[in-house]
Design a protein around this ligand. Sequence first.
Ligand SMILES: Nc1ncnc2c1ncn2[C@@H]1O[C@H](COP(=O)(O)OP(=O)(O)O)[C@@H](O)[C@H]1O
Ligand SMILES: [Mg+2]
Length: 276
Amino acid sequence: MNGQASRLIELNKLAELGNKSSESKIISVCSGKGGTGKTFFSANFSYQLSKLNKRVLLVDLDYNFSNLNILMNQTSSSTISDFFEQSENLENVIYNYSSNLDLVFGDSGKPAFPRVSRELIDYLFTSIRRIQHRYDFIILDSSAGADGLVLQQLMRSDYNIIVTSPEPTAVMDSYVVVKLLVEKGSEAKRLVVVNKCSDAEEGENSFMNLSVAVNHFLKEKIELLGFISLDASAHKSIMNQELLLNFDRESKSAQEIYTNSARFITIAQVANNNHR
Ligand SMILES: Nc1ncnc2c1ncn2[C@@H]1O[C@H](COP(=O)(O)OP(=O)(O)O)[C@@H](O)[C@H]1O
Ligand SMILES: [Mg+2]
């Protein structure tokens, strides 16, 4: 990390401290287990928020398997690697997708992908805070699991949306993520999406199992954002490299994403009103 970046981090940390009243708007979409649908959810949720007149920045922050560009069938000459290597400001790696939606792509597979460090995560958050006034929500699609870097990212976000599938293994891994966050004293608001549900009962049972364990063992609460069905349209939209909300607006999973997005806006409004 060069001297200029270190100074920028220090200056912005001071600014952050003096700026406690700023609105909560950074959302990390995370999971314990891989493949639960984080990227699918992040992309469609971001798009729906943008359709509801929210200005959204979606960042592919999966250091291992960044594939938002494939899911959305987009190419961009600049990626987050250019930012992490400090050759570019965050502003310069932002790609405009549609009127209210901007994207920052990752680029897994690139041999020069820099080793992401705690300092670089700090640098990212400092840079996000600098441009956050341009957006209503900044959504970070994360790597699965809870290694040190992911935990740091989750702790610095205002919201953690934990995407789980209904399987007991995924629910258990979600519990572990919550446990690690609680142990570290995270103040981020935790919301849960149960994705790939075969039916409503399956989703409800999975959420209840997670919620009861968090309540009982950690003495904490988690809130349900919503369920998303296991849906052939969702799978087909990914195969077609199209957003589900463009591919099949009437599908069950698209309707559920509309509901979850509207619910999130209400939750965020209440949180910001309480904060004020
Ligand atoms: N609601 C859903 N219905 C059907 N298939 C889904 C659904 N959500 C995700 N998938 C499938 O799960 C796979 C993994 O999703 P992805 O978003 O890439 O997961 P993650 O980002 O958590 O690794 C997708 O390729 C897709 O085929
Ligand atoms: Mg992903």
